[in-house]
Design a binder for this molecule. Structure first.
Ligand code: ADP
Length: 500
């Protein structure tokens, strides 16, 4: 199939140095107990950016011990909520002061465009921190009217030591979604970053200490899932586990949590989100929105609109225009201005995506754009569009996590509701229509955690995010995220003179 042109120039030298490569335990950057390191790789070239300390079970033990001390004996849960608020607000200021450096690091390690990290992601991290900082001194309990002469208070206390495991597709934003609410509620944290993208979290964690976070309150362990991640999930000293990643790994960590100490677990997992274009749609606008819903972040979004359902009346025109839009997509060095799509995260994802493309062709879908690697090195993939996709094809069922759009045809609202819901996932959906009744029907009938109507990928700090079905357990962001990090305690005392 025809393909968008990819830039083939020499990679641009990233405008940043790597300062932090060690584990952050008890306020200090330290080597792994084993002395081992692993390479983190530039997805533009496959070259090593830096060797990073590789945390394992023993390092997780050290980090949990530090977090336990910080929580059980340290000042953090005991200081005023306003002081915790001030630390988070100062942290947000420091993020803004170092925005260029942080954005460059995120682009280098993860292949995201610099326009995206500078323009959206780093500012959002500061925004989230101010949002959670604002909550710190507004968390209060209840007084409950019980039967009988009792004064009943419900206290909301921090849950303790939170273990948090994050993925590589949004390293900084996932740091913010996880660490922000945990700290706002007065907890201590051990964060396990993804092995593909360890760098930005270490940098911002150093800023959080500069902002006044006491030692041991946030510990960052770089390392691999089956070692460091599993040790954290099954640790007896961890009171709560929050995980974002694939559904398969989510099941593993939930089981580890259950087998160890029954720590409560929140999970934000995979998706196969429908993007539904009704027959009244302005086709040009629908094509653009559906394009962004899928291709944003190289297609590496848990909520990517990866099943584009188009009404039969506008289907042919939509496919032609979706093809044209994909062919226009600018693929190249994410540090270059005007580039829309950088490389995929690593060789494993790159190969997996190309296997899915082959499966799409083999199963009889029509490849209308792309379908191959872009350029000759690194992990770039051509923006790819399949038309005539059928529900039972693998590319319509599995999460591809790459720049591969699948377009499916439908004829009625009832039909598209059934087909859109016929998946084990339930993370998000897009609905594109001017008809209020169609929008309302779809918004209520779709079994998903987020419905975007005539928009997509709007991520506000105050809006809850999470999945139905096998897309997850619990919600992050907004007021809902606080519940994940609080214990509820009822305190009952008799009242002598019930009349008063
Ligand atoms: P992906 O396939 O996109 O890398 P994963 O779900 O495997 O997604 O990874 C998300 C996070 O989960 C990463 O930090 C990874 O290291 C971690 N992880 C992977 N396997 C395990 C495991 N067995 N136990 C705990 N964490 C894991």
């Amino acid at each position: 199939a025809p393909a968008a042109a990819a830039a083939t120039e020499e990679p641009i030298q990233p405008p940043v140095d790597v300062k932090y490569t060690k584990l952050l335990i008890n306020g200090n950057f330290v080597d792994a107990a084993s002395g081992k390191t692993f390479a983190t790789v530039d997805p533009r070239t496959g070259d090593v950016i830096a060797h990073v300390a590789e945390g394992d079970a023993e390092d997780v033990n050290r980090a949990v011990a530090a977090a336990r001390r910080a929580f059980d004996e340290g000042p953090w849960p005991r200081m005023t909520a306003y002081e915790r608020c001030r630390v988070l607000l100062r942290f947000a200021d420091l993020i803004e002061q170092h925005a260029d450096e942080i954005a460059a690091l995120e682009t280098w390690d993860g292949g995201k465009t610099l326009e995206q990290t500078t323009g959206t992601e780093v500012p959002m991290v500061a925004r989230y921190m101010r949002y959670y900082g604002g909550w710190a001194d507004k968390i209060h309990g209840l007084v409950v009217p019980a039967d009988g002469p009792h004064h009943v208070q419900v206290l909301h206390e921090p849950i303790g030591v939170a273990g948090q495991i994050i993925p590589w597709n949004f390293p900084l934003l996932m740091f913010a979604w996880k660490v922000g609410p945990a700290l706002a509620c007065g907890n201590a944290v051990v964060l396990k970053t993804a092995e593909q993208t360890p760098l930005s979290a270490l940098f911002v964690a150093s800023l959080l200490h500069e902002a006044g976070l006491p030692e041991g309150v946030l510990n960052v362990v770089s390392g691999f899932g089956p070692t460091a991640g599993a040790a954290l999930s099954s640790h007896m000293g961890v009171d709560k586990l929050a995980f974002t990643g694939s559904t398969g790994t989510g099941k593993i960590v939930l089981e580890l949590a259950a087998r160890s100490n029954l720590k409560p677990v929140t999970l934000e997992l995979g998706g196969k989100s429908p993007f539904i274009v009704m027959d009244d749609a302005d086709v040009d606008q629908a094509v653009e929105l559906a394009h962004r819903a899928l291709f944003f972040n190289q297609g590496q979004c848990c909520c990517a609109g990866s099943r584009t359902f188009v009404h039969e009346r506008v289907y042919d025109e939509f496919v032609e225009k979706a093809k044209a839009r994909a062919l226009q997509r600018v693929v190249g060095d994410p540090f270059r201005r005007g580039v829309e799509q950088g490389p995929q995260i690593d060789g494993e994802q790159f190969k997996k995506i190309l296997r899915y493309v082959k499966s799409g062709v083999d199963s009889g879908a029509t490849l209308v754009a792309g379908g191959d690697r872009a350029g000759s090195r690194g992990f770039y993939i051509q923006p790819t569009v399949f038309a005539d996709v059928e529900d039972e094809m693998k590319i319509a069922q599995d999460e591809i996590f790459g720049p591969v759009q699948s377009i499916l045809k439908f004829s009625t609202v009832e039909e598209v509701v059934l087909r859109a819901n016929a998946t084990p996932y339930g993370l998000a959906a897009g609905v594109f229509t001017q008809r209020l009744d169609a929008a309302n029907t779809l918004a209520r009938a779709l079994r998903v955690g987020t419905v975007w109507v005539n928009t997509y990928d709007v991520f506000d700090a105050a809006v809850p995010f999470g999945g139905y079905k096998m897309s997850g357990v619990g919600r992050e962001k907004g007021i809902y995220s606080l519940r994940n990090y609080l214990q509820t305690k009822a305190v009952v005392t008799p009242i002598k003179d019930a009349a008063w």
